[in-house]
Design a protein around this ligand. Structure first.
Ligand SMILES: Nc1ncnc2c1ncn2[C@@H]1O[C@H](COP(=O)(O)OP(=O)(O)OP(=O)(O)O)[C@@H](O)[C@H]1O
Ligand SMILES: CC(=O)C(=O)O
Ligand SMILES: [K+]
Ligand SMILES: [Mg+2]
Length: 599
């Protein structure tokens, strides 16, 4: 029994659909609902315009070149899913059986063991540092559920970072993971030096410490801290309050002697290498000078070139103040790397970034609630409301959002989290943020694997509770599509998610070349997992940041019947689905919805 509903606009001419995927000749208004088994599928569609097809700008070069063929069985990509000009470091890392399917080995095991509902929807990011940079340590994190590895360019040498990037790539290649790499820029905010190799230094109440712009020749003099910013001694005034890492340690400026600033410790604590410094005067953050510092420093540009050369998947920009810097970086990336290959994440961690929030998020490919520095710039009690706002704006604009910093801070030293930390993690999961991030817990803590386990188990439990309570919000999502075609995709995804919840389907399958259609389904936060099939390994890795998406790499054509048959047989042979499972399939090539039981 097959059901089909078709919408068409009378003023336009229908065509039989055997069109290659392209932004300009994408079928616009054929939406069919079908039940499997299907005997004949005839997709009827209407052309968007009669203008000559040209390669879609959002496709990578390999798919756009192959999309020039109109054969319905044409596979869109070369078998290994990489384009001809994919950088060598990535190309050598990809070995794929052309007929096969690539999926995370951990997810595969979870699916086989516990079925569709067992999969975790919230993604997990680990900052890599001395505690986790070895191959076995990285593997343990990947097995524990790490979806993205973050490299903070404030620390370590480029050689060190290169080693980590290559290890992660090797892990993906050899063990079937799709761990994405996120490079986080240093930015030009004021911070302390590296403590001359010491892991930390303790500042006690009432001690006098010297903050200086002088560089040390040899070891660090006692109770002396170097400061990254040459204008520091000129800018501070006696009476200013100096906050380390947003208030983890506090000092009061008591005397200025040339390049040295004498400070009295008023709140004791641990000073960590390269910790951020802010100074406050009469209860307000002093930020005149910061406003003049570039968001992306000259050192950051070199790091960005390094990131492009090493094939990172995301660049997180620290201390973004406006959309301009994001646009600037995106145009630089467009000129120096393959279009869309590196996602730009705006870190929201300053007053300016909150002021310009909507325009910044609109310009970016995602955002991070960087609560560490944000909490140093706005009163701490305002951070939760800011977090909620950022998460909501990102969801509205369909950008992935990461909640970061101090989620499990006590686990740097202890093997179990505090109850308050578990409550904080739960809140971020309940807000339906795309991803949670570990910083010091995984970079230099004593229990990185345990911290990741806590994030994983708390996420799973809260997600399940939320589903059992049937609390999926019916908050209307704002319309975001700008072209007619985008609007159709959006409506299809909204409907697919709604149908998935109402019909209690087991999974939504989305076939997507650029990943956009998958993100639109993810945005609806449906009850069931979303299997996202995409043709390239780089899109697959980037999708790993988004809520609920299980990214698969699969070569597929513009013939949906054959795609579905191929997918069903591959997934069935691996025990990941079974006959009778109910699935909704959407595709960005055909802009179609189908409901079916797995044959
Ligand atoms: N690559 C690294 N090498 C050495 N230590 C590291 C590295 N990455 C992180 N760390 C350690 O982990 C701690 C916390 O991580 P991180 O600096 O990323 O915190 P953060 O607040 O997220 O950073 P930022 O605000 O600078 O982006 C750091 O203070 C540092 O001690
Ligand atoms: C992650 C980060 O940069 C912060 O919380 O400040
Ligand atoms: K950083
Ligand atoms: Mg920060």
């Amino acid at each position: 029994m097959s059901q089909s509903i078709q919408f068409s606009t009378p003023s336009r001419t229908p065509h039989l659909l055997h069109l290659p995927h392209s932004q300009f000749n994408r079928p616009l208004s054929s939406i069919s609902f079908r039940r499997f088994p299907l005997t004949t599928i005839k997709y009827t569609s209407i052309r968007a315009s009669s203008s000559s097809p040209s390669p879609s700008p959002d496709l990578d070069s390999s798919s756009s070149s192959s999309s020039s063929s109109s054969s319905s069985s044409q596979v869109l990509l070369s078998p290994n899913g990489t384009g001809a000009n994919e950088r060598s470091v990535v190309a050598t890392a990809v070995t794929t059986d052309a007929a096969g399917i690539e999926v995370d080995t951990v997810t595969e095991a979870e699916l086989k063991e516990n079925g569709f509902r067992s999969t975790r929807r919230t993604k997990l990011i680990c900052t890599i540092g001395p505690a986790t940079c070895g191959f076995e340590q990285l593997e343990a994190l990947a097995v524990g559920g790490m979806n993205v590895a973050r490299l903070n360019m404030c620390h370590g040498t480029r050689d060190w970072h290169r080693g980590v990037i290559r290890s992660v790539r090797k892990l993906n290649e050899e063990k079937g993971f799709a761990v994405a790499i996120m490079m986080d820029t240093e930015g030009s905010e004021i911070h302390m030096g590296d403590l001359g190799g010491e892991a930390s230094a303790k500042a006690e109440d009432g001690e006098v410490w010297t903050f200086t712009v002088r560089a040390f020749d040899s070891s660090r003099p006692e109770r002396t801290i170097s400061v990254s910013y040459d204008g520091f001694a000129e800018d501070v005034r006696v009476g200013d309050e100096l906050l380390v890492d947003g208030g983890m340690v506090r000092f009061e400026v008591i005397e200025k002697i040339g390049p040295d600033v004498k400070c009295l410790c008023t709140d004791p604590g641990l000073l960590l290498p390269r910790a951020n410094l802010t100074f406050w005067r009469d209860g307000s953050l002093v930020r005149e000078r910061n406003a003049m510092l570039p968001t992306i420093s000259s050192k950051d540009w070199l790091d960005i070139d390094f990131g492009i050369a090493e094939g990172v998947d995301f660049i997180a920009v620290s201390f973004v103040k406006s959309a301009e810097v994001i646009n600037h970086l995106k145009s630089y990336l467009a000129a120096h790397s393959r279009k869309g290959e590196i996602g730009v994440i705006a870190k929201i961690e300053s007053i300016d970034s909150l002021t310009n929030l909507e325009e910044i998020i609109l310009a970016s490919d995602g955002a991070m609630v960087a609560r560490g520095d944000l909490g140093a710039q706005i009163p701490l009690e305002q951070v939760p409301a800011a977090q909620q706002r950022i998460v909501q704006v990102c969801r509205g604009l369909n950008k992935p959002v990461i909640v970061a910093s101090q989620l499990l801070e006590s686990m740097i030293e202890y093997p179990t989290p505090t109850r308050a930390e578990v409550a904080d993690v739960s809140e971020a999961v309940r807000q339906r943020s795309d991803a949670l991030m570990l910083s010091g817990e995984s970079a230099m803590g004593q229990f990185p694997d345990k911290a990741l386990t806590v994030l994983r188990t708390v996420s799973l439990r809260i997600e399940r509770w939320w589903r059992e309570e049937k609390r999926h919000e019916s908050v209307p999502l704002q319309a975001i599509g700008s072209t007619f075609s985008d609007k159709i995709s959006e409506e299809i995804c909204n409907s697919a998610a709604k149908m998935a919840n109402n019909l209690g389907v087991d999974a939504v399958f989305v076939y997507t070349t650029s990943g956009h259609m998958a993100s639109l389904v993810s945005r609806c936060r449906p009850d069931c997992p979303i299997f996202a099939f995409t043709t390239t390994t780089s899109v697959r890795r980037r999708l790993n940041l988004q809520w609920g998406l299980i990214p698969f790499r699969l070569s597929f054509s513009d013939d949906m019947e054959s795609n579905l048959n191929k997918t069903f047989s591959l997934l069935k042979s691996r025990g990941m689905i079974k006959s009778g499972d109910l699935v909704i399939a959407v595709s960005d090539m055909l802009q179609s919805i189908q409901v079916m039981n797995v044959p």
